[in-house]
Design a protein around this ligand. Structure first.
Ligand code: ZN
Length: 53
């Protein structure tokens, strides 16, 4: 494996799974979505949860 391939592999792993936006280095490695999408998703889940009651 070449260093270039490793670079792009890492770059791809740091893109948001929801919007495809490149994630910052501060993002935790286990996160697959950027902060905006996570916040949006958690808000949607919150609204969905309370709309069910
Ligand atoms: Zn995103």
């Amino acid at each position: 494996m070449t260093p270039v391939a490793t670079f792009f592999r890492n770059l791809e792993a740091k893109c948001c799974a929801a919007c495809g936006q490149a994630m910052t280095e501060q993002a935790e490695s286990y996160m697959t979505e950027c902060f905006d999408c996570q916040e949006k998703a958690s808000k949607d889940a919150y609204l969905y949860y309370y709309s069910k009651r």
